[in-house]
Design a protein around this ligand. Structure first.
Ligand code: CP3
Length: 340
C-alpha cells in the first residue's frame, strides 16, 4: 500500500508530498455524474457497492494518495431523529430544525451497527480493494449543530448563536448528543478498518475566538480524546481558521487542516509545528496549468519545515472544476523537489 499519507500524518519523512482533495469524489467528475444520473444522493450514500465505486474514482482518475469514504456529514444526524433532504439544487435541509427543548428531547445518539450499517459495509468493501489509505470522517459537533439548528445552510447563523447566547443548556444538550454520536460513529468506522479520520469543522470560523473556546472547543477535544486510544491519525479541519488556530492547536488532533486564507508556514508556526494539511484556494484550479504548478510548488516549499505536510485544497473542490487541472495539480505536488 502507498502509505505516504499516513507517514505524513505521523510526522515522518516521505519521499514526496502526499495529496488528497476534500470532496474529491463528486460532481466535477463525469464518472460520478454518470452514476448520480440514476440515483439520488442519499441512496448513493446508502448503497455500499455504489458508494465504494465513487470513493475509488478519484484514486484511479487522479492518482491521489488517499481515498475518503463517500458519505455525508449529515448521515448520522438523520439517524439522531431528523428528517433529512438533499434537494437537487441547494444544500441539505432538515424539515424541522431543533430550536426548543421539546424537539431536542426527541433526539437520540446513534448505534452505528444498527443505524448506519451501509457506511460500515462500504468501508469493508473499500479496505479490500484500495491501494491507498482510506479516510473516515464526521462533521465536528458545532458544524453538525448549525445544520440541525438552522435547518440547512446559513449566512449569519442567527438561530445557532442565539441559542448559544440565550439558552446555553439547550445548546450544550444538543452539542453533547452530537458529540456522543460522533464518537460512536467514528469509533465504528475505525474498528471497521479506516486508516485515519477527519473531523470537518466547516463553520467554526463564523465564531469569535471566545465563543469557539467556550462553546465548541471542549466538544472537539472530548471527541478527539475518546478516539485517540484507537490509534489512527486524527485530522481536524477548521475552515476559516486564522482567528481560532491558537485554540484549535490544542485539540489533541495529530494533524490540523487549514483553509487558504492563512499562509501555511504561519499556520505551522502558530500550531507549534503540528503536521498540517492544506491549503490551496480551490479557485486556483480555474486558472492555467503553469499557474497551478507555481501555486502548488509555493505551498509545498512553504510547508517544507513542517513535521509533516499533506497537500489538499483549503476547502472542498467546486463542482465546475476542470478535471485536467486537478490532474495537473496532483502531478505538480508529486514532482516538487523539497529541500532535505
Ligand atoms: O470528500 C469526499 O469526496 C467524500 C464525500 C463527502 C461529501 N460531503 C459528499 C457530498 C464529504 C467528506 C462531505 C462533507 C460535507 N458535507 C461537509 C464538510 C466539508 C465541506 O465541504 O465543508 C459539509 C458542510 C457537508 C454538507 C453538504 N453536503 C452540503 C452543504 C451539500 C450541498 C452543497 C455541495 O457542496 O454540494 C452536500 C451535498 C454533497 N455531499 C454532495 C457530495 C458529493 C453533492 C451531492 C450531489 O451529488 O448532488
Amino acid at each position: 500500500m502507498n502509505d505516504t499519507f499516513l507517514q505524513a500524518c505521523k510526522g515522518q519523512k516521505t519521499p514526496y508530498t502526499p495529496i488528497w482533495i476534500m470532496r474529491q469524489a463528486g460532481r466535477y467528475l463525469p464518472q460520478y455524474q454518470k452514476i448520480r444520473a440514476n440515483v439520488d444522493f442519499l441512496t448513493l450514500c446508502k448503497t455500499p457497492e455504489l458508494a465504494a465505486e465513487v470513493t475509488k474514482q478519484p484514486v484511479d482518475i487522479l492518482g491521489v494518495d488517499a481515498a475518503i469514504l463517500f458519505s455525508d456529514i449529515l448521515i448520522p444526524a438523520e439517524k439522531m431523529g431528523l428528517e433529512l433532504h438533499f434537494p437537487e439544487s441547494g444544500g441539505p435541509i432538515f424539515k424541522e430544525p431543533v430550536r426548543n427543548t421539546a424537539l431536542a428531547k426527541n433526539l437520540r445518539t446513534i448505534q452505528p451497527h444498527e443505524d448506519v450499517p451501509y457506511v460500515l459495509d462500504t468501508i469493508k468493501i473499500l479496505i479490500k480493494d484500495l491501494n491507498v489509505p482510506l479516510i473516515g470522517f464526521a462533521g465536528a459537533p458545532f458544524t453538525v449543530a448549525t445544520y440541525m439548528i438552522e435547518g440547512g445552510s446559513s449566512k449569519h447563523f442567527i438561530n445557532t448563536k442565539r441559542m448559544m447566547h440565550t439558552n446555553p443548556n439547550l445548546f450544550n444538550q444538543i452539542m453533547g448528543l452530537i458529540t456522543q454520536t460522533t464518537i460512536a460513529y467514528l469509533s465504528a468506522q475505525i474498528e471497521t478498518g479506516v486508516h485515519a479520520v477527519q473531523l470537518f469543522d466547516t463553520w467554526a470560523g463564523v465564531l469569535s475566538a471566545t465563543d469557539y473556546r467556550n462553546w465548541v472547543f471542549p466538544y472537539v477535544r472530548k471527541t478527539i480524546n475518546a478516539l485517540k486510544p484507537l490509534g489512527v491519525p486524527i485530522i481536524y479541519f477548521v475552515n476559516n481558521c486564522a482567528g481560532l488556530l491558537h485554540v484549535a492547536a490544542d485539540s489533541g488532533a495529530d494533524v490540523i487542516g487549514v483553509d487558504w486564507r492563512i499562509d501555511i508556514d504561519d499556520a505551522i508556526n502558530r500550531t507549534k509545528q503540528m503536521p498540517v494539511q492544506g491549503n490551496l484556494d480551490p479557485c486556483v484550479l480555474f486558472s492555467t496549468r503553469p499557474y497551478i504548478q507555481i501555486a502548488a510548488k509555493s505551498i509545498v516549499l512553504k510547508a517544507s519545515g513542517a513535521r509533516g505536510h499533506i497537500f489538499n485544497l483549503g476547502h472542498g473542490i467546486l463542482p465546475e472544476t476542470p478535471v485536467d487541472n486537478v490532474k495537473a495539480l496532483v502531478d505538480a505536488v508529486h514532482e516538487v523537489k523539497r529541500p532535505q
